[in-house]
Design a binder for this molecule. Sequence first.
Ligand SMILES: [Zn+2]
Length: 395
Amino acid sequence: MAEEYLYRTAITRLRVEESDRRLLKRTIDQFRDGCQLAVEEGFPRVTEKRTLQSIAYDTVRDETALKSQHAILATHRAAEAIAGVRDRWSEGEKASKPEFTSPTVPYDGRTMTLFDDGSVSLTTVEGRVRPDLILPDDEDGYQYEYLDDERWSVTESSLTARDGEFYLHLGFRRPKTEPTAEDGTVLGVDFGIENIAVTSTARFFSGREANHERDQFKKRRASLQQTGTRSAHRTLQRLSHREERQHRQRLHEIANGVLQEALDHDCSVIALEELTGLHDEIPDANWFDLWAFRRLRAYIEYKATAEGIAVESVDPRDTSKRCSECGHVAGGNRSSRGRFHCDACGSEANADYNAAKNIALKHVRRGPQSSRRTGTRQCALKSGTITANGTFVPM
Ligand SMILES: [Zn+2]
């Protein structure tokens, strides 16, 4: 069986010398022309890349300035487009001959080389150019996750021109790691308003800044308070790009922090609350918070998959009312000022931390779901792990 890969894309702007801009622009234009020429040769009969390559390659080389590899890729792109039209025909849909308009040219290992000094060499219609990647100054730029990690290797990429700038969409891939979800150590994560996320290992991600920003939103746009998914969706579309990006960035940072916590504690599972029950569990949450939790969850899943860590849901019921020390379930609401106080055993804890431990324990107690695996599970805590029957193992 062919090896399976995970694929990710990192987008970076390029710092292009004035004299090289013309070459890149011309390469993009010529590639577009090359695709169109190949379509004219093959449409509508030829849908096979190799076949179209042998039919159209010479024409593309003769009538454009493309170098051989880009000429080949142009015939392949044309074959894909023709195949797409044929697919739509077979579905009974209407589709006409492909027209290439987008200012994009693909790059692969033969036409592109990434260097450690942050530059990239790209084949053009006349030799190569070597612009620098423009990466975020801070180390938090998500691009570094792939660039600085040897497990990811560069694969099919593309160069795009937009608004007078050049952007490189760097494709990365790495072999898939199968999650070992049935056993191992579980990291519990509680979502909330005061703290956006708290882990069972006592890592707190404060919501203070995000909440402040959200209050600013509210002031500016009173209509945001309306509930309902459709209206929420429409309202989100009206959020300015900057505000939304700020929020996504913050959620990415939290997701990275949660992932790091799972890696630091050798966890093979991250247990999160099911978001469907979350509205009851966090009565203060409005649609905006629920949107943020859904995003955060998606980011955690996305990043966890790349690390071979499974993300599992648990029913959030009682996770904030139960005492993680003795298991007593308190009636009424959780205690005041973010503290959880147990009337049975007297233990006191931060309420969100107590909930995070309960979420992990809930998954641990559920036990393996299949008969294939018989491993034990334990919950990751700040100073060790705890099994379903309460055995504590210090770290
Ligand atoms: Zn208790």
